[in-house]
Design a binder for this molecule. Structure first.
Ligand code: PMT
Length: 409
């Protein structure tokens, strides 16, 4: 099998050194990587490093090996071009079709998916010029990741940080996987869409030490987030107690309890095109919270824990019972975690919750929770049924987006 060909474009920002880790991941997972740095980026990482790590020649301009016509060939033959880091200058050049070095020429000749991982100071990212360039690139079919929020060069903090290279690698993998399944270029069909995904398991505190919780790891929700990002969506990922690394480009909201999750979902869903509830939400919470640790008392039986119901977030967003969507036209998807009579219970749940799609998966102590794989049947409100065979959680996630995409208005 021929190795997938990836062009790693590196533009002139301090985050260039982090792209070495991205390159390493790509080469070690069997990709043939050609690094195309800009001249400015060589101030941060030299050509020798890129050449040694990729095993391929490195050039910044079109005048080397002219007989091989590199300014056309590199782009034409690529299966993926990823520009990481992408500076404000590089986004501007790409948006305007400038071609004054090897990387910008490559971007003009590439017909494969193109992914930009921007990194810059907050002011530069938020500048209307940069935002318009990003919008132009997205409109043309490129995937432009949102930068992370955090420490920037120097002492300042804000949006503009280079996402974790391991997570950029994951996005590259998803983009390549979709293209290979489509046997061609799979357009990012969620570009311009805002999707809200919940992941993980809520914890309902009894006292400062103990809580009622569940076994959800968040992996299925994170797979949904990563695949949506690779398909061009703006993703708000609301995570409950997962401890997983942030997917590159997602806006992350951290919550603990079901009540906090409800608040975060309602807020994020206000302008969302789709809401996917993969989180395992506690149906009940302790009626009272003890502000100090509950002590055992000699000779006394433990007091029973009184529970009260938590709000049903999915039913509220989908209009279960009322038939009224919080946001008309929004696509709402739930998951059903069942241990018995899986499909029959799933069908009843779909009706009760009022969502468009319900992903029914069987769970158990060592089943689905925490594993890398899943298997499910996706039930649709119109009666359609899509079985998804046992496989990686990301494959199920892609089927869910395949079913959501045509339902978006
Ligand atoms: O996180 P992993 O380890 O990868 O495991 C994945 C998973 C098993 C958690 C996931 O695939 C899954 O099934 N998530 C839904 C778990 C769940 O809460 O199922 P449920 O059948 O109890 O709830 C049905 C739906 O209603 C879910 O979409 C849930 O998010 C939602 N719900 C439930 C209760 C509640 N009070 N509010 C809700 O919105």
């Amino acid at each position: 099998m021929e190795k997938p060909k990836v062009v790693l474009g590196v533009s002139g920002g301090i985050a260039a050194y982090k792209a070495c880790e991205l390159l390493r991941r790509l080469t070690e997972s069997g990709h043939d990587v050609r690094v195309v740095p800009t001249e400015a980026s060589l101030h941060f990482v030299g050509a020798a490093t890129w050449s040694a790590l990729s095993g391929n020649p490195v050039s910044t301009e079109v005048w080397d090996s002219v007989h091989e016509v590199p300014h056309v060939r590199i782009g034409q033959h690529a299966d993926l071009v990823v520009v990481a880091p992408a500076t404000a200058d590089m986004l501007a050049k790409a948006a305007h079709g400038l071609a004054d070095d090897l990387l910008t020429n490559t971007l003009l000749t590439a017909r494969c998916p193109v992914l930009f991982a921007p990194a810059m100071h907050t002011e530069m990212w938020e500048h209307p010029a940069t935002q318009e360039n990003v919008a132009t690139l997205r409109r043309r079919g490129a995937v432009v990741l949102e930068p992370a929020v955090g420490r920037l060069t120097g002492v300042d903090t804000g949006k503009g940080r280079f996402p974790d290279p391991v997570e950029i690698f994951e996005t590259c993998r998803h983009v390549l996987r979709r293209s290979s399944l489509a046997r061609g270029v799979a357009a990012p069909d969620l570009t311009g869409r805002h999707v809200v995904i919940s992941a993980g398991g809520t914890r309902e505190p009894l006292d400062p030490v103990r809580y009622l919780g569940n076994r959800s790891s968040g992996k299925q929700g994170y797979a949904l987030a990563r695949t949506a990002l690779a398909r061009g969506a703006r993703v708000t990922l609301i995570e409950a107690n997962t401890g997983l690394p942030d997917p590159a480009g997602a806006d992350i909201v951290r919550v603990g309890t079901a009540v906090q999750l409800r608040e975060a979902v309602l807020k994020a869903a206000a302008d969302a095109d789709a809401v996917v509830m993969a989180a395992a939400v506690a149906d009940f919470r302790p009626e009272t919270y003890a502000t100090g640790k509950i002590k055992k008392k000699d000779g006394e039986e433990p007091a029973p824990v009184a529970l009260v119901r938590n709000p049903d977030i999915l039913a509220e967003v989908a209009g279960g019972g009322t038939g009224e969507r919080l946001r008309p036209g929004q696509v709402v998807v739930g998951f059903a975690a069942e241990t018995d009579d899986v499909l029959a219970n799933g069908r009843k749940k779909l009706l009760r919750k009022g969502c468009d799609l319900l992903v029914v998966n069987e769970v158990g102590e060592h089943k689905t929770f925490g594993s890398e794989e899943n298997e499910a049947v996706v039930l649709a409100a119109d009666g359609a049924q899509t079985p998804v065979p046992y496989g990686p959680k990301e494959a199920l996630a892609d089927v869910v987006w395949d079913l959501i995409a045509p339902r978006l208005g």
